[in-house]
Design a protein around this ligand. Structure first.
Ligand code: PMP
Length: 426
């Protein structure tokens, strides 16, 4: 049994000594243990975690193979490996490169998604000798200067200088002006190049499915058209796979693959370490060469414990066929959520791929008025019934379902039944 400080003590200290965002629930949850798709609070109460993917967990909380890899590596050596040789970093780099298409095989390790995207943007600027970056409105790429500039939601932006960053129309199939016509939205990127730059750009960054933005899958046809415009303008195409990568979308290992494009740079984090802080940038040997012009030093990037974890994660994904599981369970879950949509007017849209799903709540289907107050009640109430689910989107009205990839059909049934009951009681 848990013998640590009480939940109210933790909350009080958190308020006094930390500056952080407010807890997700009105009655905050004190988590003390995790096991695969389940989390446990201080009273030993079990919760089904349908939101762990957001916070890095891909294989399942405390997956024994990953824990074993971290512990055994930490017992042998945990140090910076920038200046020395060690097998863990090269083992993971080689395994990671084998998961990427084309000539994408040179890896730089970082400690987070933000750092990975910062580095990707810097590489693009160095390689092209240009400064202008185009990103998509409603996208999220991180919280340091360049990535905050590329991020396009006002509440995630502080007063950063973002000269040379342009935010293109969001190819949002639910709310966007052109519906599912990706090529129409892509014209905005060409317009930005033509009217907002000297005709040459450093690059483009985008998520295949916007995560923080509310699980918005880019309209089909968008990425191929955008990549073509960017490349004609001399720029590099960056795929931010921090959320959608690593088998989560089920149909593919990477989110961009569903769009039939091959990026010049791929960034990743979160799920690749199953809970340890690690990010990575993968690019081609030719592009990677630009980093030898200076000294790119990242003390803990690629440290042995984190890369040992990364390699274990890849092996678990393969051994337990988690990508396939994401496809099967995700498709089943989406089908069931679509049945709920038929039952409740409040569900305006069900979307996403694999185990990255979103349910957009509206008070008026015609006007698509965001159900901002209702969603808070639903998230809170589902937690009381033992299911943890996230919320997000520009209006904060999208339920986000991003569970560990070991989620089962029974878990999916439980989640939908709880959601059904919760909405029916409103
Ligand atoms: N890119 C995407 C798509 C993300 O969702 C996030 C985190 N929400 C980041 C980058 C930044 O990652 P981190 O929080 O690890 O810096």
């Amino acid at each position: 049994p848990y013998t640590g400080p009480s939940t109210s003590d933790i909350l009080k200290k958190r308020e006094e000594y930390l500056t952080c965002v407010s807890p997700l629930y009105s009655n905050p949850l004190n988590l003390v243990e995790g096991k695969m798709q389940y989390l446990f609070d201080e009273k030993g109460r079990r919760y089904l975690d349908a939101y762990g993917g957001i916070a890095t967990v891909s294989c399942g909380h405390c997956h024994p193979d990953v824990v074993e890899a971290i512990v055994s590596q930490t017992k042998r050596l945990q140090h910076s490996t920038v200046l020395y040789l060690n097998h863990a970093i090269v083992d993971f780099a080689e395994a990671l490169a084998s998961k990427l298409p084309g000539d994408l095989k040179v890896v730089f390790f970082t400690n987070s998604g933000t750092e990975a995207n910062e580095l990707a943007l810097m590489i693009s600027r160095l390689y092209t000798g240009c400064h202008d970056i185009i990103s998509i409105r409603n996208g999220y790429h991180g919280n340091a200067t360049a990535t905050m500039g590329a991020t396009a939601q006002y509440f995630h932006k502080f007063n950063v200088v973002q000269i040379g960053v342009h935010h293109a129309l969001n190819p949002d199939q639910y709310r966007g002006t052109f519906g599912s016509d990706g090529v129409e939205y892509a014209k905005d990127v060409q317009d930005i190049i033509d009217y907002g730059t000297c005709g040459r750009v450093a690059g483009f960054i985008g998520e295949a499915i916007q995560g923080v933005g509310g699980v918005i899958e880019l309209a089909p046809g968008y990425l191929p058209a955008v990549y073509s415009s960017i490349r004609k303008a001399g720029g590099l195409c960056i795929a931010d796979e921090v959320q959608a990568g690593f088998g989560r979308t089920g149909s593919n290992f990477w989110g961009f693959e569903a769009h039939g494009v091959v990026p010049d740079i791929v960034t990743m984090a979160k799920g690749i370490g199953n809970g340890v802080p690690i990010g990575a940038v993968v690019t081609t040997p030719e592009i990677a060469k630009v980093l030898t012009q200076r000294y790119y030093f990242n003390t803990f990037g690629g440290n042995p414990a984190c890369t040992a974890a990364g390699l274990a994660v890849l092996r678990v994904i393969e051994k337990e066929q988690l990508q396939q599981n994401a496809l099967v369970v995700g498709s089943y879950l989406k089908e069931r959520l679509n049945t709920l949509k038929e039952k409740y007017e409040m569900i305006g849209d069900v979307r996403g791929r694999g185990l990255m799903l979103g349910v957009e709540l509206v008070t008026d289907r015609q006007l698509k008025t965001p159900a901002k107050a209702e969603i808070l009640q639903i998230v809170d109430q589902m937690k009381e019934m033992g299911v943890l689910i996230g919320k997000g989107g520009f209006y904060g009205n999208v339920l986000r379902i991003i569970p560990p990839l070991c989620f089962t059909k029974e878990d999916a049934d439980f989640l939908v039944d709880v959601m059904d009951y919760t909405i029916s009681m409103m």
